[in-house]
Every structure is written in C-alpha cells, then in structure tokens.
Ligand binder design. Structure first.
Ligand code: FAD
Length: 382
C-alpha cells in the first residue's frame, strides 16, 4: 500500500478481513499513523479534538508500517522510495490528493493535521481572514473562523457558493448563510495572487489579510508515478480498480475509476469512496472480480447545517426542489428520464438516505409526489 490515509488503512484492513495472511507493507509520507481528515475542518478547527487517528491496530493486523517514507517511482514489481526499493507482488496506490495553490506563494491550505492545528491557532478574535474559494472546505473554514470571532471574507470566482459541486442554482441557495454568520461573500471575484499579507484580486484591488486560506480544490497526488501508469486526472483504473500496469490498483482520492452506473470515469475526492473502494480492491488483489460501483456520497457541516449529496448529476434532464430553498430544510433532486440521478439535502437526512437508495435502484418517480416534501421519497416512486 502506498499512502497512509483512510484508503491505505482500509485496504490493509480489508486484505486481512478477506483472509490474506502474507506480508503487508504500508508506505506513508506523513510521520503519523493514518488519520481521518473530515474532522480537520470541523471538530479540530473548533477545538473539540486534536487527534483523529484511525482505529486499526497495525500490530494486530501484522502490517509493516514505513512512515515518513515517500514513494518516488514505480517499475514492474518494484516501488522506488526516497529510502530504497521495495519489491511487490501487488501494489495499491492510495496517495490521496493535494490542495491546489495560487500564484504569489502566500496563503495556507488545509489538508494535514498540522495545517489544521496551525490554522486553529491563527483564528483569533478580530483577525482578518480571507478564504479563497466558497467550496466545501472554504465554507467550513469560514464557519470556524466566524465562530472564533474573526472578520471573514470569502472570495469566490463563480456566481454562487458550491457552484462546482452543486451547480449555481442550488449553490445560490446557500449564499444567505454567509451573511447570517456575518461573513462577507464576494462572488464573481477572481484572485490573481495571494501575497503573505493580502489577496490580490483579478481587478487589481488588494484585500489586506492576517490569514489567507486557499480552498479551491485538490488534485490527485499521482505525479510521483510519472508515466508508469495511465493517468486521467487520477490513476485511471477500471471498474475492478486495476490500473494499466498489471498488479497495480488504485483507491481513494488518487483513483479515477470507470463507473458502470454512470457510464463514465469518475474522480471522487470524498471520504465515503476512500472507505469503500478498498473492499473491492482487496478482493481483486486476492484474485476476485469485485466491481466498485457506488453511488458517490459526500457530506459537509457548514454554518450550523448538514449538507449531504449523493449521486452524480452530470446527465440530468430535470431538476426539482423538495421544500423551499429559502427555508431551513430542503432537498434538490436531479433526474434523467424520470429516474433520480442525484440529491442534495440540507438537514433532511431521511431524504438523503432514501434518495441514495433510489439512485442505486434506478426506479422512475412520480415528479409531483417527489416535489412534495411531505411525501417520503421512497413512496414517491411510480
Ligand atoms: P488521503 O487522506 O489524502 O491520504 C493519502 C496519504 O498518502 C497522505 O497521508 C499522503 O501524505 C500520502 N502520500 C502522498 N503521496 C505519497 C507518496 N508519494 N508516498 C507515500 N505516501 C504518500 N470528505 C467527505 O466526504 N466529507 C467531508 O466532510 C470531508 N471533509 C474534509 C475536510 C478536510 C479538511 C479534508 C482535507 C478532506 C475532507 N474530505 C471530506 C475528503 C476526505 O478526507 C478524502 O476524500 C479522504 O481523506 C481520501 O482518503 P485517501 O486515503 O484517498 O487520501
């Protein structure tokens, strides 16, 4: 296993659970035992916890842990690391993703536990915080910064928050949350550079800042592979999570797998995918033919609300709301030929659960009933 995050950790667990008794080695660039990242922008920033180490005991699993060790290249049956070569019969790439940065060299990103602790220390009463990007991470950081009493501005190039993930129409329904929390939201505002004490906008105007957080997305951490395997954003793998190189698999944020369900390659940088893909990868490393074909799922906690998303709305031809998007709770539904493709919910966990099941079952809906928030999603099928 290369990469000591959730996906790498889950892969060793799943290999042992599937009965594999041979040698297992996990190579991780960070000095820590594998840990969970979602709490970094939530409970860790809020000061509720400092340790998000994942549960498995690697001693009990009989795994050789090579931490603070970075993979730098791959050949047939050989992994090159910054401290020598390792031979393998099978290799699983789980090197995750790294945040995208901006010109100017200033600003911080939030990916590691060190990033989270340092940011938490910087979020003090009255500090001027500029967050670049109103995506998932930007919204969660703005929430924590506003709660800490900072003066917060969020700069977003698109016309709505969460526009990339949910589309402008749905993202726009979250814009009021910023105002309510006392956060200034600048939409349609490009950033040219981030300097140590200011964010320079595309217009040439400068926003002075004591703390700048860049949250404009991630890219899979796969450059170390060079041209050893086919890359299509992440490591291009088939529905069995097999790469173009025999005996090499990829899981989690680093992988771009072929989705049978959606008929396209998906690159999903979300926790649930890193949790479940290892089940199929482990089975296939051991000679199985398991297919990884999930309904992608994501959640976020922002401005006192839980936002959840399931599915993939890329091919939708119909959109409808369940509930008032100006109200406290609502659900957005994307359909194709009357079949649910994706749902986004705000504080409606039942809709998420039932919607996700319906997406998996590919059942057609009665649109009028689906649009009625008083009708449970599962009973709105045709
Ligand atoms: P990672 O967790 O990135 O782990 C990869 C590991 O590989 C890292 O430790 C890295 O150092 C190591 N590595 C990289 N290159 C090498 C190399 N060459 N050699 C050796 N090791 C290497 N998802 C949700 O669904 N909901 C959320 O609310 C949510 N919140 C998040 C909040 C934050 C702050 C962050 C950063 C992510 C959040 N995510 C969330 C995303 C989720 O955490 C990721 O999808 C998940 O961590 C992916 O796991 P992974 O194991 O594939 O990659």
């Amino acid at each position: 296993m290369v990469g000591g995050g959730l996906a790498g950790s889950r892969t060793v667990e799943e290999l042992r659970a599937a009965g594999y008794t041979g040698q297992l080695t996990l190579v991780g660039a960070e000095p820590h035992l594998p840990y969970d990242r979602p709490p970094l922008s939530k409970a860790v920033l809020a000061g509720l916890t400092d340790d998000t180490t994942l549960p498995p005991s690697y001693d009990d699993l009989d795994v050789e842990l090579l931490l603070s060790r970075r993979a730098v290249g791959l050949g047939e049956g050989v992994l090159e690391t910054d401290r020598g070569q390792l031979d393998f019969d099978a290799l699983v790439v789980a090197t995750g993703a790294v945040p995208v940065r901006l010109p100017g060299g200033g600003g911080r990103t939030l990916r590691t536990v060190e990033d989270a602790r340092a940011l938490r220390a910087a979020l003090r009463l009255g500090v001027r915080v500029v967050v670049v990007g109103a995506g998932w991470i930007g919204a969660e950081v703005a929430t924590a910064a506003a709660r800490a009493g900072c003066r917060v501005t969020v700069v977003e190039a698109g016309r709505a928050p969460l526009g990339t993930a949910l589309g402008e129409q749905v993202g726009a329904a979250t814009a009021g949350w910023y105002d309510e929390a006392g956060v200034q939201l600048l939409l349609g505002t490009g950033v040219a550079a981030v300097e140590p004490d200011a964010v320079v906008l595309a217009s040439g105007k400068s926003l002075p800042a004591d703390c700048v957080v860049i949250g404009i997305g991630v890219r899979p951490d796969v450059a170390w592979l060079g041209s050893a395997v086919r890359i299509e954003r992440g490591v291009a793998v088939d529905e069995h999570l097999r790469s173009s190189l025999p005996k090499v698999y990829a899981v989690g944020d680093a992988a771009a797998w072929h989705s049978r369900r959606f008929g396209r390659r998906l690159s999903v940088e979300h926790w649930d995918n890193a949790l479940h893909a290892p089940t199929a990868a482990a089975a296939n490393v051991l000679g199985g033919g398991a297919v990884h074909d999930p309904v992608p799922y994501f959640w976020s906690e922002q401005f006192g609300r839980t936002v959840q998303y399931a599915g993939h709305s890329g091919g939708a031809d119909t959109f409808l709301w369940r509930g008032d998007p100006g109200g406290a709770q609502w659900t957005a539904c994307w359909l194709r030929n009357g079949v649910l493709e994706a749902v986004a919910t705000v504080d409606r966990p039942r809709d998420l659960l039932q919607g996700r099941r319906a997406i998996a079952a590919e059942v057609p809906f009665d649109l009028e009933r689906l649009a009625d928030p008083a009708v449970p999603i599962r009973t709105a099928v045709r």
